[in-house]
Design a protein around this ligand. Structure first.
Ligand code: M6R
Length: 594
């Protein structure tokens, strides 16, 4: 995955491109580059982070340009492989996000026709194809080139002497930002929030021409109007606001996120979404489909829905779901995705719809691909999440799932009223965790000294253990595994010794006694135990090496407070190890390829 930008307007393009690119580094940062059309095309690129390239590049003249920050997929990270890529004449510059699967064949053909290639990338065939087809009209040449391409692309194309950018997308996200006498193209909204919050989302196979005064989008050659969206995020939300990392800032935003999400959903427990309209023939089961952290939210959601609606719920990884035959009769489907751009989740949504299912999407990004293809969308109110590690968007997904389940619950009114009260107190409860994090920090720093760590939980806190392990491994590079506590003795016990700590998420629910037994068994094998327990719990303290006390909440809500603790634990372990917390190696914020 990579980040691409384009600018055309009334300002020097270079500073704008760099500012936008810096905001897209969560999509990849192994190299970057810009091309500005001034006196010819000025190309500057290197195997550097954006901040480093900024210092190296002289001021370029020109008010139109394209830029790219790369996460290498085809060709190693290097100056030659960094984008933009040019044609033979150096007149056409292209930035690309996606994968061109037939590039070798095209490269061979073009080489036979006399084109020279300078990189190992798939992208470089694009400027050469556009050059080949160019007969005075850039958009026509781009359209012709794209006919030869197999694979996915979001591209921005610039040609010397033309006051326009040509953009196109297929299976990779691309937005157009509308400004005043200036317009933008970008992979994602945070890139352009410094300049505008008016956004048009390109649809599959759209080709657009952007000038400084407008955009014209075509689909199959015909002009088409795409809706403009006003993004309800401010640029401040996409800044670090004094925190060392976006992740820490986003963890600390969670009380506000819960509060805003609840305010958005209303004062009383009432359906915020017309699920009834999705119940064609009487729903008998539910299906949640998602990836990564959102999948873990789905697993928590399963417990909530089964308890509150008394309906069986299946949870599937989108990346697996797409490869199995599925029985979906009388099933209501919910897909969960922070970005709304995850390729596997989008594919699963389409597959569900092809099978006649209605799909409700829970997503954080207004106007994202998923929100446009789903039958219904429920937005979370997390605001822009920049750190690759999902934190506040996970909590916002959980709140959405609690609210949805409560609004269709068969539980009695008294129970729902109690739950509503607890839900409304959650921002304060989470704030208490954040205000008392010194013990969590100590434990995180202690864990930083180990290479292998298990996270265990039971019942509704089993997915919390999975999520805790995911968070730790992705940002600290410590090998971590999440396990259902009762499963350790079915294999992983062989790995337990004094060098393999276990983080145990203990809830005072029906799993409590079983968890105590599991902790005893672990201690017998000599492994250090860090236990998350409810305030006031004495029994676990006698066995565990470290205890982190969390505020009491109604049992069904314990995943929220426990997850916040595990996010902080991961953060402090990674900080101690000196890891690049917001941009972990090899990872990207939205996974737009299968
Ligand atoms: O945008 P999505 O929620 O669809 O993303 C799915 C996963 O890629 C994502 O949750 C990933 O696992 C997290 N960023 C990890 O912290």
């Amino acid at each position: 995955m990579c980040g691409i930008v384009g600018y055309i307007g009334n300002k020097p393009a270079q500073p704008v491109l760099f500012k936008c690119l810096a905001r897209l580094e969560y999509r990849g940062y192994d190299s970057c580059g810009i091309a500005v059309a001034g006196n010819g095309i000025d190309l500057q690129k290197d195997r550097l982070r954006v901040g480093e390239l900024v210092k190296k590049v002289p001021l370029l003249e020109g008010m139109t340009g394209v830029g790219h920050t790369r996460w290498a997929t085809c060709g190693e990270p290097s100056a030659a492989n960094a984008h933009p890529h040019l044609d033979c004449s150096g007149c056409i510059a292209v930035v690309h996000n996606g994968i061109i699967s037939n590039f070798q064949e095209l490269q061979q053909q073009l080489t036979d026709e006399g084109h020279h290639f300078l990189s190992q990338t798939d992208t470089e065939v694009l400027p050469h194809l556009i050059e080949k087809y160019y007969q005075g009209n850039l958009e026509e040449a781009v359209a012709a080139a794209l006919k030869d391409i197999e694979g996915s692309y979001a591209i921005v194309v610039l040609r010397e002497g033309e006051s326009k950018l040509v953009v196109a997308r297929k299976d990779s996200p691309l937005i157009v930002g509308i400004g005043d006498q200036e317009n933008f193209a970008a992979s994602d909204v945070p890139a352009i929030l410094d300049y505008t919050n008016r956004v048009v989302y390109l649809e599959e196979e759209d080709i657009g021409v952007i000038t400084n005064s407008g955009i014209e989008i075509r689909q199959n050659g015909s002009v088409i109007r795409r809706k403009e969206h006003k993004i309800p995020w401010s640029v401040d939300e996409a800044q670090k606001a004094g925190y060392e990392h976006f992740m820490l800032k986003e963890i600390h935003e969670q009380p506000r996120v819960i509060r805003d999400t609840l305010i958005g959903y209303g004062h009383e427990i009432a359906p915020i979404i017309d699920l009834e309209s999705m119940r064609d023939t009487g729903t008998e089961a539910m299906l949640f489909v998602a990836c990564g952290t959102s999948y873990h939210a789905g697993l928590v959601g399963k417990c909530i829905f089964e308890e509150l609606l008394g309906i069986p719920v299946r949870v599937e990884l989108a990346s697996e779901f797409n490869y199995y035959p599925q029985t979906l009769a009388k099933t209501m489907s919910i897909v969960i995705t922070q970005s709304g751009e995850t390729a596997d989740t989008i594919k699963a949504t389409r597959r569900l719809q092809e099978k006649g299912c209605h799909v409700l999407a829970i997503t954080n990004v207004v106007g994202s691909t998923i929100s446009r293809i789903a039958d219904l969308t429920l937005y979370t109110q997390a605001g822009p999440e920049i750190s690759v590690a999902s934190t506040k968007s996970f909590i916002a997904e959980l709140v959405a799932l609690y609210w949805l389940a409560m609004s269709y619950s068969i539980a009695d009114i008294k129970r729902l009223a109690d739950m509503l009260m607890t839900l409304r107190q959650l921002p304060n409860t989470v704030q208490q965790v954040l205000d008392n994090k010194s013990g969590i920090k100590q434990c995180g720093e202690y864990l930083a000294g180990y290479d292998n760590i298990f996270f265990i939980g039971r019942g509704i806190n089993y997915p919390v253990a999975l999520e805790g392990a995911l968070k730790l491994k992705e940002i600290s590079y410590i090998h971590a595994e999440g396990y259902a506590a009762g499963e350790l003795k079915h294999g992983p016990f062989a790995l337990l010794d004094k060098d393999t700590p276990v983080v145990a998420v203990v809830a005072k629910d029906n799993t409590y006694e079983a968890m105590l037994n599991n902790i005893r068994e672990i201690k017998t094998r000599g492994a250090p135990v860090i236990a998350l327990v409810e305030n006031g719990d004495e029994s676990v303290g006698e066995m565990a090496d470290f205890v982190i006390s969390v505020p009491k909440v109604g049992l069904i809500f314990s995943p929220i407070v426990n997850s916040v603790v595990l996010q902080l634990l991961a953060y402090y372990a990674a900080e101690k190890r000196g890891c690049p917390i917001d941009f972990p190696r090899n990872l990207a914020k939205s996974v737009t390829v299968e």
